[in-house]
Design a protein around this ligand. Structure first.
Ligand SMILES: Cc1cc2nc3c(=O)[nH]c(=O)nc-3n(C[C@H](O)[C@H](O)[C@H](O)COP(=O)(O)OP(=O)(O)OC[C@H]3O[C@@H](n4cnc5c(N)ncnc54)[C@H](O)[C@@H]3O)c2cc1C
Length: 388
């Protein structure tokens, strides 16, 4: 136990329950609000067991959620969710199902088994529909499985002007529906969804650190977070001497995270338990949809829609994650020197974010860059000095 740990333990012990709200002499934070013991991350490039890359399906106007008729088949689109696909999935599914069910036909085909396809299928089953999900790749092979797994509902979701105010309203509705739905996945066995502390750490004041690692974007990415400020836990300044990190500037907040291995299993379990059917099938042209026996088809093909629907408005935004071997004792995330660390039950996410929203923009390469992953791990390793 370090000297600081002993002093904190003594403070807590002496304080007793009734005095817990008193500010700690060490920090100014109420004693009950002091950071708990934070297990160190074994941040060593030799513990990288995988490096994954995928493209976010970004559209300047926001996701495509409109409808079109192909002969007697109603196609409802549900693709193009940028860096927010998991976060907005339930809200987006709700919006497209309102359109899909407008004709009263509850026999649906859902194309795609990523975040959007699977949640759309599960929600339709909950609404009493009969659903067949068709996809070229099942969940484990989709791009969705390679996501960070955080609540990031306005991450590269649109550009402000092309999306306009109507989309901002729609976004808020989708975000609120998703947040509420995720509530029902908290507290489940296997922790498919859980809250966790996040520490933002800096060597210099945050405005200087942000300017260095996250320069202003040359495109006006839409940021709608203030519209749901009432939902989000606030940010707290934490005295550096109450954490083990060797940095002078510390902020803490909490966020929802999706443990995608467990969450995916939960969604698939719900899908099959409610009678969903799944078929591996590739579609080569929109007209292939008209061959299906279902006459209402929801198109959740993500970045695949660029080739399938010849949708050139879809811009790839490359993202890479290095995966460190899981450490169940690590229960907090950090952001430091442009790198994010997020401990999921299926691996510790180490992701280079330097450059901000423009990072990976219009880059369709899904080739692994190992040097980037090693650099990202090294920056996080600096938080856990091992001595000489
Ligand atoms: C590095 C990275 C980190 C991210 N982190 C987060 C995060 O923390 N939080 C968040 O909310 N979002 C995050 N995202 C964004 C999120 O991953 C995407 O928005 C989401 O995966 C899009 O899901 P989707 O279902 O539309 O597409 P996909 O996952 O690509 O699924 C598409 C499905 O359609 C099928 N398909 C495609 N074309 C055809 C075809 N022609 N015929 C048949 N089937 C077809 C595919 O096989 C697949 O099953 C991240 C993205 C990246 C790259």
């Amino acid at each position: 136990m370090s000297v600081l740990d002993r002093r904190l333990a003594l403070l807590g012990g002496l304080a007793g329950l009734s005095a817990c709200a008193a500010p700690s002499k060490l920090s100014g934070l109420p004693t009950f609000d002091l950071p708990p013991r934070l297990a160190p991350v074994r941040a060593d490039p030799r513990r990288l067991f995988d490096i994954t890359v995928c493209t976010r399906p970004f559209r300047a106007a926001g996701p495509r959620l409109d409808t079109e008729m192909l002969g007697d088949t109603l196609v409802v689109h549900n693709y193009g969710h940028g860096g927010s696909g998991w976060s907005l999935s339930w809200g987006s599914a709700t919006v497209v199902l309102e359109k899909a069910l407008a004709r009263g036909d509850k026999n649906l085909a859902v194309i795609g088994c990523g975040a959007l396809g699977l949640t759309t299928a599960v929600l339709s089953l909950k609404m009493g529909c009969s659903v067949t999900l068709y996809a070229k790749d099942l969940l484990a092979q989709t791009r969705s499985v390679r996501a960070t797994g955080s609540w990031t509902p306005d991450s590269r979701i649109a550009l402000t002007e092309p999306a306009g105010p109507a989309f901002a309203d729609l976004w808020e509705r989708m975000a609120r529906i998703s947040w509420k739905t995720y509530r029902s996945y908290l507290g489940m066995a296997g922790k498919p969804v859980e809250f966790g502390d996040r520490y933002n750490l800096a060597d210099v004041p945050f405005d200087q650190s942000n300017a260095k690692y996250f320069p202003p974007a040359s495109l006006s990415f839409a940021h709608y977070g203030s519209r749901i400020a009432d939902l989000m836990p606030s940010v707290q300044t934490v005295p550096a001497n109450t954490t083990p990190f060797p940095v002078p500037y510390v902020r803490r907040t909490e966020n929802l995270q999706f443990n995608i291995a467990s969450y995916g299993q939960t969604l698939l379990g719900q899908f099959y338990a409610m009678g969903g059917r799944m078929e591996v099938r590739e579609f080569h042209a929109p007209s292939d949809f008209t061959q299906l026996k279902q006459k209402v088809v929801i198109n959740c093909t993500g970045y695949g829609a660029r080739a399938l629907w010849k949708d050139e408005s879809l811009v790839p935004v490359r993202g890479q994650i290095g995966w460190l071997i899981p450490q169940p004792e690590v229960t907090y995330g950090v952001n430091y020197r442009g790198v994010q660390m997020l401990p999921r039950s299926d691996g510790i996410v180490i992701q280079m974010l330097e450059g901000g929203d423009m990072r990976g923009y219009n880059d369709a390469s899904e080739v692994v860059d190992r040097a980037e992953a090693v650099e990202a791990v090294s920056r996080i390793a600096a938080l856990y000095p091992r001595g000489a």
